[in-house]
Design a protein around this ligand. Structure first.
Ligand SMILES: Nc1ncnc2c1ncn2[C@@H]1O[C@H](COP(=O)(O)OP(=O)(O)OP(=O)(O)O)[C@@H](O)[C@H]1O
Ligand SMILES: [Mg+2]
Length: 208
């Protein structure tokens, strides 16, 4: 069983979006998936309530947010994806980082986000120094027409950290939330551009 935690204390960076997409990816590959929602906002749980019953099953806990950080999934689960709240810190952050096989950090291209995430990546690097936990970053909501995306790429590439993909800003992500869907549940021709962007992320996830 592998644990994938999606963390960035900065609000709105795309944690719940990525958690649901990644859970959907693993389910489409035949994994027994659990999506733990450790955020009181319960965005990932909402997504699950919208998910059509005909799609590959993704399980969750009825626990309160904090319990999700420490709860053990049923023995048949092969992938546990944990969606975390903004402002995660202290023992909660330590606990989830220590448990995770990989921490995935979504980051937006705005200067505010880059500055806040820089500090978080330093914290994360200290927390994972003597542990097995890997860290990977995904640039999110990158608009190819703006230079902020290029700046983000330069910044990320200057760090000693795995940068596993860049995702564009598209309304598809909002529609998918409404219908409990991931990129991997819909006709590939509709999300061709996005699936190309997901290739490097999926290949990283395949090799955990
Ligand atoms: N690549 C994207 N393209 C377009 N919209 C996006 C993208 N990624 C995220 N969003 C939208 O941005 C908003 C914030 O995303 P999300 O809820 O996933 O962030 P979060 O980090 O979980 O936020 P919070 O810290 O509040 O839990 C949502 O409305 C989501 O639909
Ligand atoms: Mg969220």
């Amino acid at each position: 069983m592998k644990i994938i935690a999606i963390i960035n204390p900065k609000g709105g960076s795309g944690k719940s979006t990525l958690s649901t997409q990644i859970a959907g990816y693993f389910a489409s590959k035949g994994h027994k998936v659990m999506l733990g929602d450790a955020d009181n906002q319960q965005s990932s749980k909402y997504w699950l309530t919208q998910r059509p019953k005909t799609l590959p099953l993704i399980r969750t806990w009825e626990y309160q947010a904090d319990l999700v950080l420490t709860a053990k999934p049923p023995p048949d689960i092969t992938r546990l994806v944990i969606d975390t709240p903004g402002a995660l810190d202290g023992w909660r952050l330590k606990e989830v980082v220590a448990r995770a096989d990989v921490v995935i950090v979504p980051i937006l291209p705005s200067a505010f986000d880059v500055q806040a995430t820089k500090a978080f990546l330093t914290t994360l690097s200290n927390l994972t120094k003597d542990q097995h936990t890997r860290v990977a970053v995904i640039g999110n909501r990158i608009d190819a027409r703006t230079i902020s995306g290029d700046k983000l790429k330069l910044f990320l590439n200057s760090l000693d950290i795995a940068v596993i993909g860049f995702l564009r800003d598209t309304q598809y992500y909002l529609h998918m939330v409404e219908h409990g869907l991931s990129m991997f549940d819909i006709s590939p021709s509709k999300v061709e551009k996005d699936l190309i962007q997901w290739e490097s992320i999926c290949s990283y996830l395949d090799n955990l």
